[in-house]
Design a protein around this ligand. Sequence first.
Ligand SMILES: [Zn+2]
Length: 569
Amino acid sequence: MTKCLTRPLILLAALAILTTGFVAQGNAQERNEPKLILQITVDQLRGDLLARYYDRLGKGGFRYLLDTGTVYSNAHHRHANNETIVGHTTLATGADPAVHGMVGNVWLDRATGELTYNVEDFRYPLLGEGAGVDKKTEIDPTQKTARSDGRSPSRILVSTFGDELTLVQGGKSKVFGVSVKDRGAISMAGHTGKAFWFSKKSGEFITSSFYYDRIPEWVADWNAGKPADAYAGTSWELLRDQSTYLFGAADDRPYETALPGYGRTFPHPFGNREGKFFTTLLTISPAGDELTLDFAKALIQNEDLGRDDKPDYLSISFSSTDYVGHMFGPSSLESEDNILRLDRTLAELLRFVDARVGLDKTLIVLSADHGGPEAPGYLRELGFEADYIDPGEWDKTGAIETLKKRFGIGEELITKYFHPYIYLNRKVIAENGLDLAEVEIAVAEELVRFDGVALAVSSSALKVGRVPDTELIRSILRNYNANRSGDIYVVFRPNRFINKFGKLTVTATHGSPWRYDTYVPIIFAGMEIPAQRISRLVHTVAVAPTLSLLVGAKPPTGAFGAPLHEVVR
Ligand SMILES: [Zn+2]
């Protein structure tokens, strides 16, 4: 009898404890919601670079994140085409390019038969004084490919983390993306945020009519101050004594890109304001990131980010590391100095956010859109075989003869090769009664005979699983979107890549599925994220669902992967 009475009492007590526990936890979670989510992306920051320079980093920049955060030291992108828009959109959406749709910086639009640039959208013209891409002075080959000056995120096929934050907060969270590169800003701002990027034509930060009817007043005011002009007549100089650098004795190397007037040794002069490449040179130096920081500070202040009870989101993508890497290689005095200077820029950003929002109320995540290869010249100095590839120089006569013998036509089978994809002429193939899959495999077989080609994968074979089940092939499948990908995916041998883009010759080009291009840092810091170092293999698709879980939003629509359990536990 007594037993029967006590049991329910014990149960009730247990329930009471449980309930109080839940209530307490609920309140704690409410208290600990971040005021600001700060997503930092460093373009081409390969996973090994921060550790290489750790001893010479300041306290408040990268080291704040490395020392206080959860650091994933073995993080990779898991798609094949490691280019800027592909990596950024993967970080933003937690989806593979097959799903988010950004399969390359450029792809062939089969409807128009023209190459198309990932964020171009003629419906939404640029806003801002002197808006527009000056294609004559543009050294970024992907920007030259853009046919329209309009920009929007409309080609991103799924939601981003920023979008999910907008949704869960009923539109009350502010969501922004900032970068020197349009694609670095637009991808992260998603469909519901606002994006600003640097115009090399005007030296100003601009946006498009997708986001605003007219440029916000504070942006016009910031631009009116002409911050870029302050660099006129100055040079990029070394931060420290040259002898203290790992590459201090290796400034002048013949394989580095010597842009007119800028040269390949320090100091690198920006020239005067009227110089044809003045604003471009700023982006190939720490100045591009300093301008990005200055604009981001103005944004935080004027949009009053992180000050109310709804968490806001700011993505800042720093582009200089990428441009410097392309021109000088990641193992150069320029890249080394750029990282030391970016460290100071980052420290200033964190100091500013701490003063306005509080770092204890800011959730920070840092990663990179891709890694990068070493300069072949540098690799050769160390004993590797490495080289550039120029498909324009390939002697295709034999291959075309073989195809002609088999199909009756040769050259006509191929519409376009824009690395990594080859687009076949499906119309001609159909008109000649040929089988697309058969032609793909035949062309792929010819391709692998060319010097430097490791692999050529038929999209038809990929779709039906008639390919070996290897991690490399899986990375190409994750990159395959039926409406945008080409018919054959070309992979060059490691340490081989194209470096000539029209008149421009660069030192290093990323974009491969090899580990030097997939390897990136992932660091979560701030709030109650523990200081720990995780060495298990993780992938960048985990970033967005982790952010979602941390703020109680649902995962982005294409984010099928698991969140990082060390961060969300
Ligand atoms: Zn790049």
